[in-house]
Write a protein that binds this ligand. Structure first.
Ligand code: DP6
Length: 352
């Protein structure tokens, strides 16, 4: 057997938290507005992919076997098969002769309410691109990450941003000449160091499955009367955020992050049909965070994903004050007192 007939690639990819939110899409997974995110470090997916030459001709695409956390998961396997079969002829034509055995695990529990599509699609895209680069004897360069980001985007939009250290931007924008709707770009060298020290404590208000998936939520933007104003607003907020990220202006960062979280959930509430993903505990915690900031001047703010859980964001210098506040005032609102302590991270890593 030749060396290239089989091999193993393995990548760990992080989750990310959008500060300017991607909400609404068109065409083939193209964003309705640009978004920017903080790359996390603890919440990640680890994927190992063994590739081997298949014994027979496979016109539909590579043979795919998938296991999640050591167990067969037919529904996930089907999703991954559909995804790879949908993209391989365009992005990895050589794969048609291969069998792929994929194993994946998350660092966070399935029921924690943390979305896994970003980290899992990013890890898978990195593995697929790594096979290509390995077979062609090429080293991982910036084109490698750009390709992985583009492929990850086709699996899940937010996954495009899980490819880079600290912060990533996805979507064309008037003030960012190298931004693209097709892939995300590394933003780590355009931000102040304070944002590289940011904590994200994820307060688990509910671990229940979401009543409306993100994909369904994006679709509801098509008939949302506020959509055009929202897309304009996201572009304007990103313009306002860029100098803030550069200078380390934490107060304006906090305002923009919270405004974006509230806008996301407002858009859900005024969709047709309307829906609510916040829980009573979400609102109580938001009120407490705002009160605490007002009373103590602590630099802390919140963000929300498409779910009820709170992301508590603060620079490392506020760690002690926020830690006490979380313990005393916020933990009682969390399911079984659960908080996932995360922070800005260095991006994906190849592993063995
Ligand atoms: C609210 O990336 O999960 O987290 O592209 O359909 O997979 P699909 O949606 P997804 O949407 C994420 C929405 C968000 C905001 C964000 O991450 O920008």
């Amino acid at each position: 057997m030749e060396a290239s007939d089989e091999g193993v690639v393995s990548w760990k990819a992080p989750s990310n938290l959008a500060i300017i939110k991607y909400w609404g899409k068109h065409g083939r997974q193209l964003p309705a507005n640009p978004s920017i995110s903080l790359t996390l470090s603890e919440a990640h997916t680890h994927t190992r992919l063994r590739y081997s030459k298949a014994n027979q001709y496979q016109p539909a695409g590579p043979e795919i076997h998938f296991r999640f956390e050591g167990q067969a998961k037919p529904a996930f396997e089907e999703k991954i098969r559909k995804f790879i079969h949908g993209i391989f002829s365009e992005y990895y034509p050589f794969l048609k002769d291969y069998r792929l055995d994929i194993e994946s695990e998350n660092s966070f529990p399935h029921s924690s309410g943390i979305a896994s599509s970003a980290s899992s699609m990013a890890a898978l895209a990195l593995c697929l691109t790594d096979i290509e680069y390995t077979l062609q004897g090429k080293a991982c360069n910036s084109a490698f990450y750009r390709k992985a980001s583009e492929v990850a985007r086709l699996g899940s939009g937010s996954a495009a941003r899980s490819l880079y250290p600290y912060m990533a931007e996805w979507g064309a924008h008037r003030d960012i000449s190298d931004a693209s709707d097709l892939y995300a770009i590394d933003f780590s060298d355009r931000i102040h160091d304070i944002f590289k020290s940011y904590h994200d404590d994820i307060l688990i208000i509910s671990g229940r499955e979401k009543s409306v998936s993100s994909t369904a939520g994006h679709a509801l933007m098509h008939n949302n009367v506020y959509a055009p104003a929202r897309y304009q607003q996201a572009n304007d907020r990103l313009s306002a955020l860029l100098p803030v990220l550069k200078s380390g202006d934490v107060e304006t960062f906090q305002k923009i992050a919270e405004d974006e979280a509230m806008t996301l959930h407002a858009l859900m509430m005024c969709s047709e049909p309307s829906y609510i993903l916040m829980e009573p505990g979400t609102i109580e915690v938001i009120r407490k965070i705002r009160q605490f900031r007002q009373d103590t001047g602590t630099q802390v703010c919140f963000s929300l994903d498409a779910g009820p859980n709170i992301h508590l964001l603060y620079p490392d210098s506020e760690k002690e004050k926020v830690g006490n506040f979380v313990q005393v005032a916020l933990i009682p609102h969390c399911v079984n007192g659960k908080v996932i302590r995360d922070m800005a991270g260095t991006g994906p890593a190849k592993s063995i």
